[in-house]
Every structure is written in structure tokens, then in C-alpha cells.
Design a protein around this ligand. Structure first.
Ligand code: 4AD
Ligand code: MG
Length: 433
């Protein structure tokens, strides 16, 4: 006889019926007369019970062959049981061992070092903690699309192979036929600006690459960035949108991912601060604040991670640091009319010492000023010809920002190191698996 297949998360619909569930063994226990198997299928966890006297001898024998992480199909009656994980238990009548798993399965129920686990990332991803993290990441991704869709932003994809360098970070390059060197995109922004003149409000959602030689808990060499770009938005409009956006993402995870947050033991009370207005702090005041707390940062320098931590500790909620000195930031940011030493930009610092999760700015819309900045930075003018065209033909006030997906997910989920919030992290010393 065959029975319908069911995923563990759907068992509620099959109470009292006999179904077949397929998945992997996470836990085994036997008293000699009654045996239990806990299994997972990606949608949830299920406990199955086998009673020796109630099943065929082959079924009892097959149970004896099960091992940790073996794949299997079990058939049985779905019974409501308030004590069981997920609220249901399976009274097993038949077991098929699909794929054996030798006893040397590398990840054992004990502490492993992080390098050991990263080398076995393909297995580590099966653990409840990793599953919870990836489900939260997925929720954030979906929330991002929902946020922009509801506001009539168009998602527009930008190239990964480029000739125009966007940021000051390290570059990955490759030979590109007769065209010379191609770079892996550090940002989609410059193309996003062209698209904003076409569609008005757009966002990109894609991988970006930076040859970062920093081994920190917030740097990856390949990470995902969301870059909205809006025609007719100035610096204030831009920050208002970011605030609404970040609040939306946090609320969505709190609404829909409580189970996963519990697995991660996230203290969600710490996220309540996003409901208050975010702090908007001028760069000059930020420097003074850091100095008063013992930092030796000088006006003109970019804020380091320790300075960011000092600033956020002061307010315990998200902080925009605005209007940095020109020399600390990228060439495309608009000169601040109120203080031409600075540019109209803002970095958003997340609470709990997480540092910058968004970098954004109003863009330089004056052709000559932009050209001057390109030259100052020693960037190859010919690669930016098309970008300058946007200022030659119908220039427009516009602004945008880039949200780092992994840093945002790590903060919301309360995960210390961003290598855990991307399925297969790429770090300076890690290209496999
Ligand atoms: O501040 P960044 O460099 O800004 C840009 O790339 C702009 N083009 C964005 C824009 O205005 N459209 O990077 C934006 C965000 C950072 O705030 C951070 O969250 C993330 O990208 N980020 C990284 N995340 C992980 N690993 C790295 N190496 C990162 N570098 C930046
Ligand atoms: Mg930045």
C-alpha cells in the first residue's frame, strides 16, 4: 500500500491519517521494546515511535540500521501530541532506509571549532541553528521585495562584470577578451543612477564583490547588497526612506520568525529601539563625541569600527552619521552647499555594536564638479563617460543607498559573525566548499 507524502510542517492537515514522511535522522533512542527516531525534512522536526510488538520484524530491523543523518522514509499514523516538537507524533508502521550515513558523520553533538565547521559547511547547514538563520535571511529578502513593490519601485538588475569602479574597496578583476580588464562589481549604484533616470525609483538586489583583506566579523569578499536609487530625492528624503525601510524589515522578522528567533536565543527586546526615531548626527559632532570618549580620531578620517561602537553605545538605537569630509568618501557624493569640505551622505549604524549596515548619499548632479572629483581620485575618465552623460543630458537631483544584507540579517538575528548568515561564505582565506 502507498500513502500520501507529507512534509512535517503540513502534518496538522493529516491528523489521524497514515502518511509517508521523508527526511534525515537527527536523533535515535531505543529502550529495546519502544524506539524513537527524530527526523527533519527542512520544514520541521518530527518524532516517530516504533513499538517492537506492533510492527513487522523487518521494520524493527530497519530501525536498528538507522544512523545519524541517514536519509529515510517513514510511514505511520499522524497523532496529535502536545509534548512532541511541532505538536504531532508519527506512530510508525514502516521504514525505508534511503541512504545510509556511515558512523563517521563529521558533525557530532559536541563543540566544534568554527574552522572545522566552515570546512564542512555543506553539513553544518543541516543544523537547527543554521536552518533558523537561513529562514530569517529568506524572510528579510522577501520583506525587501515586498517593501519596494508596495511603493512602486522597480527592481532592476545591474551588471556584475564592469569597467567602471564604484567604490574605494579592493577589486577583483579578470581579463575580458579585447576589452582589457573587467572588474567584479563592488556596487550596482552607477547603473542604478542611469536606471533612476529611466524608471524614477528602482532598486537592485545582487551580489557584490570586494577584495577585502580584512578578517573581521563584518566583512565578506562576496556579499549581497540592495541599492535603491530615487530620482528627485534629496538627502533628507533618502534618510527618511531608509528609516522606514529598516523598521519594516525588523518588524517583519518579529512578526513572522519568532520560532527561529527562539532557536537563536535572540533577545528581541533589543530590537524595540527601531520604533523610535533614528538619531541623525553630523560627522563633526560624531568626531567630537568619539574624542570625548577617548578615541584619537581626527576630523577628516573615516570612522573606524571602534568609533562606530562608541557612537551607538551613546544612543542605543540606530544612528545616521551625516555629511562626512569629502576625502573620506566616494567620488560620486554631492558636495554639501552648507560646507563644501563635506558631502551629503549618511552611514546608518546599527545598535548593539553592529556598525554600518547602510551607506547612502545624495549624488553629485553637477557635471563639472563630478568630473573634477573623478580626476582628483585618479579614476579613468573614459570608463565614466556614460556616467557623466547622466549629468550632461537632463541632470536631476537624486539619491540612493546600499544596505548590506548579511550585516542586516546578522544584527536582526543576533548572530555575531556574518559568515554564518550566508549559505557559503566567501572570506579572504575561504573559497570552499
Ligand atoms: O558603504 P558602501 O561601500 O556603499 C556603497 O557601495 C554604495 N554604492 C551604496 C549606494 O549608495 N548605493 O556599502 C554599502 C553597505 C555597507 O553599509 C555594508 O552594510 C555593506 O554594504 N558592506 C559589506 N558587507 C559585507 N562585507 C563587506 N565587505 C561589505 N562592504 C560593504
Ligand atoms: Mg560605507
Amino acid at each position: 500500500m502507498t500513502f500520501p507524502f507529507a512534509r512535517i510542517s503540513e502534518l496538522g492537515r493529516h491528523a489521524g491519517q497514515t502518511v509517508t514522511v521523508r527526511g534525515w535522522v537527527t536523533h535515535l533512542r531505543s529502550s529495546g521494546k519502544v524506539a524513537f527516531v527524530v527526523m527533519r525534512d527542512g520544514s520541521g522536526q518530527l518524532q516517530g515511535v516504533v513499538v517492537k510488538n506492533a510492527v513487522a520484524p523487518e521494520t524493527w530491523e530497519t530501525f536498528g540500521q538507522l544512523t545519524h543523518e541517514a536519509s529515510l522514509a517513514v510511514t505511520g499514523e499522524v497523532r496529535a501530541d502536545a509534548r512532541a516538537p511541532g505538536g504531532y507524533e508519527l506512530g510508525i508502521s514502516a521504514i525505508t532506509l534511503v541512504g545510509a550515513s556511515p558512523l563517521d558523520y563529521p558533525i557530532q553533538p559536541k563543540e566544534h571549532g568554527v574552522d572545522f565547521l566552515l570546512d564542512r559547511r555543506h553539513f553544518w547547514l543541516r543544523s537547527p541553528r543554521q536552518v533558523a538563520i537561513l529562514r530569517i535571511r529568506h524572510e528579510v529578502e522577501q520583506a525587501i521585495h515586498d517593501f519596494f513593490y508596495e511603493r512602486d519601485f522597480v527592481r532592476a538588475d545591474t551588471p556584475i562584470l564592469t569597467a567602471a569602479i564604484g567604490e574605494r574597496a579592493g577589486l577583483f578583476s579578470t581579463e575580458y577578451f579585447d576589452e582589457g580588464t573587467a572588474y567584479l562589481a563592488q556596487t550596482g549604484q552607477l547603473y542604478g543612477e542611469a536606471l533612476a533616470a529611466s524608471l524614477g525609483r528602482i532598486y537592485t538586489f545582487g551580489p557584490t564583490f570586494r577584495a577585502e583583506k580584512s578578517k573581521t566579523r563584518r566583512h565578506l569578499t562576496e556579499f549581497w547588497m540592495i541599492e535603491p536609487e530615487m530620482a528627485w530625492y534629496d538627502q533628507t528624503d533618502n534618510m527618511d526612506l531608509q528609516e522606514e525601510f529598516v523598521r519594516f524589515l525588523v518588524q517583519r522578522v518579529l512578526e513572522r520568525r519568532q520560532d527561529e528567533l527562539k532557536v537563536l536565543e535572540r533577545d528581541t527586546s533589543k530590537l524595540a529601539c527601531v520604533m523610535e526615531p533614528f538619531v541623525r548626527l553630523d560627522y563633526g559632532d560624531a568626531v567630537k563625541l568619539c574624542q570625548s570618549k577617548g578615541s584619537d580620531i581626527q576630523w577628516g578620517e573615516d570612522l573606524g569600527a571602534p568609533d562606530e561602537a562608541l557612537i551607538v553605545a551613546e544612543y542605543e538605537r540606530p544612528v545616521f552619521v551625516m555629511n562626512y569630509p569629502k576625502e573620506a568618501k566616494a567620488f560620486y557624493m554631492k558636495e554639501n552647499p552648507a560646507d563644501p569640505r563635506t558631502v551629503l551622505c549618511a552611514d546608518l549604524l546599527a545598535p548593539e555594536g553592529r556598525g554600518e549596515i547602510i551607506g547612502g548619499s545624495q549624488r553629485e548632479d553637477d557635471h563639472d564638479k563630478l568630473l573634477h572629483r573623478l580626476r582628483e581620485e585618479g579614476l579613468p575618465e573614459e570608463a565614466y563617460d556614460w556616467y557623466l552623460d547622466l549629468r550632461r543630458y537632463g541632470t536631476f537631483v537624486h539619491s540612493g543607498f546600499g544596505l548590506g544584507l548579511e550585516r542586516t540579517v546578522a544584527w536582526i538575528a543576533g548572530v555575531e559573525h556574518i559568515r554564518e548568515v550566508i549559505p557559503f561564505p566567501r572570506l579572504m582565506d575561504r573559497l570552499r566548499p
